[in-house]
Ligand binder design. Structure first.
Ligand code: A2P
Length: 276
């Protein structure tokens, strides 16, 4: 694909419920509440990000909200995601508390952070959160195909996203295909392998070929695999560089090189890690 064929439409996607989500979002996992998180979000907004991904479990919703308010960018122009911490019992009540911490009237997306104690019990409460206007969209995270299908089976309002660990090294084809078949958008967290994948020689070779950084290549691969991608950084220069991924494209050959890095061995979700 030639760079001139990449349109600005590629920057946004319409979810199954009609809400529009920016394709690249800034992740703030493990960024402490306070100046570090506020700066990251502020720099992200200044660099053009209009999508911030936080969670109740991250403990930094206050800082995300403060940076959003301080930016003076109209609320409706920024897509905010938070995640229900499933060790707690009432998703709607917890959403209301998130709104207080964020200092906003609604979030754009509210997702179950991981399927603790089963995939379905929290879904009615997620639907309540949406009905009450606490969130525009609802979804899940770290759900396998079977767990996703169980939720869809009980849902009045089905999930519109599944946020999973996803990169060329965790190329979860079966889950990606199942999500597409259910009109569930995949959101890719840890697209850089929390930094581990940036030094891989194959990634470096593609980066050199296209004249971009390894991080841009990995983020671009996620976009071309039809996911919404959530790179995380607390450094201003990296935050800026990671957003500059709409003015080039990876060839089919380079996509295939990256596809071959997959080490997920058919696993659908990252069960080995702590998600919070
Ligand atoms: P830092 O936050 O110190 O910038 P992932 O998005 O896969 O979770 O990866 C995040 C990790 O990758 C963080 O440790 C982050 O470090 C690092 N990182 C993010 N963007 C870049 C970049 N452009 N170049 C190098 N390291 C990066």
């Amino acid at each position: 694909m030639a760079a001139e064929k990449v349109t600005t439409d590629e920057r946004r996607r319409t979810l199954a419920d009609g809400n529009v989500i920016p394709i690249v979002g800034l992740g703030v996992w493990q960024v402490p509440n306070g100046p570090e998180c506020e700066n990251a979000v502020r720099w992200g907004l200044e660099a053009g990000y209009r999508h911030i991904d936080t969670a109740q479990a991250y403990g930094n919703e206050e800082s995300v909200g403060r940076a959003v308010r301080d930016s003076r960018i109209p609320r409706e122009e920024i897509f905010i995601t938070t995640k229900f911490y499933p060790a707690r019992s009432d998703p709607a009540a917890e959403a209301e508390k998130s709104l207080q911490r964020l200092g906003v009237d609604y979030v754009d997306l509210y997702i179950i952070h991981w399927p603790q104690q089963g995939p379905t019990w929290a879904w009615p409460g997620m639907e309540t959160a949406k009905e009450r206007g606490y969130t525009r969209s609802i979804g899940v995270s770290n759900f396998s195909v079977a767990e996703l299908e169980q939720v869809i089976g009980v849902a009045s309002t089905p999930p519109v996203v599944n946020q999973i660990q996803f990169s060329p090294f965790e190329y979860r084809r079966a889950l990606l295909e199942a999500c597409a078949s259910h009109d569930v958008a995949v959101e890719a967290y840890s697209p850089l392998g929390t930094g581990r994948h940036l030094g891989h020689p194959a990634v470096a070779a593609v980066a050199e070929r296209v004249g971009r950084t390894p991080a841009q290549v990995l983020i671009r691969w996620c976009i071309q695999r039809d996911t919404i991608v959530l790179p995380k950084s607390t450094h201003r220069d990296r935050i800026e560089v990671n957003a500059q991924v709409f003015d080039f494209a990876l060839s089919d050959e380079d996509m295939a090189v990256l596809d071959d890095l997959d080490q997920s061995h058919g696993t659908e979700v990252a069960r080995e890690r702590k998600w919070w």
